[in-house]
Design a protein around this ligand. Sequence first.
Ligand code: AP5
Length: 214
Amino acid sequence: MNLVFLGPPGAGKGTQATRLTERMKIPQLSTGDILRRAVAEGTDLGKKAKELMDAGKLVSDDIVNAIVELELMRPEAKGGFLLDGFPRTVPQAKALDEMMARRSMKIDHVISLEVPAEALVDRLAGRRSCPKCGTPYHVKSAPPRQPGICDKDNTPLVQRPDDQPDRVRQRLIEYESKTAPLNDYYKTKAVIRPIDGTKEPEAIQKQIVKALGV
Ligand code: AP5
């Protein structure tokens, strides 16, 4: 099954995608995680992306499309995948359709996590992330077992630079103007599954599993 997760910053895409891919045994392809790794490693890609990401702006379509094309060529993606954070613009969605058509594949479902803006700001302010594996935590709603340390690999957790309140505001503006139109784009293709993202993570996962029938 080939899946796309849509939703505003902080909607819980990473949280839900991690759980679902563990259940379905398919890879989670997160463009945000790939870009953050490139920034941490100081690669050419990372140098191009850093300033835009730190400012809460989107990286250019060409760069992100090329990343996804490479990810889809990996053997692990042949049996299905979950795209977390891509596409994020209508041109990216069209590029993805072309990538799929070249491989005689299609996107089976688009999960759209719906959360109002007020809740997003609180979620992002309290988020701490593992810089190694990308797992998100929250200081109140999803704390790690040991404060400040990733449960999975014992790496000290960090606060993402783009989770500062002024950058969050910029990310929400980017989302409304460039990403929200994708809901209409996917409605015309009848693959979108709206999910109430305001409940507890476990209840949201149940809704997703039911919507996908997995
Ligand atoms: P990316 O990493 O994709 O960030 P994002 O879309 O802004 O999403 P987030 O990772 O902030 O949130 P999320 O929805 O995954 O929520 P999470 O599960 O962590 O992108 C970062 C940047 O990279 C972009 O700004 C852009 O610059 C660049 N980029 C990436 N992809 C790109 C693309 N395709 N094109 C161009 N540029 C691109 O949860 C958030 C918090 O809430 C956590 O603390 C979590 O514990 C908590 N939480 C989760 N669920 C719940 C719940 N149900 N109740 C209470 N708290 C919850």
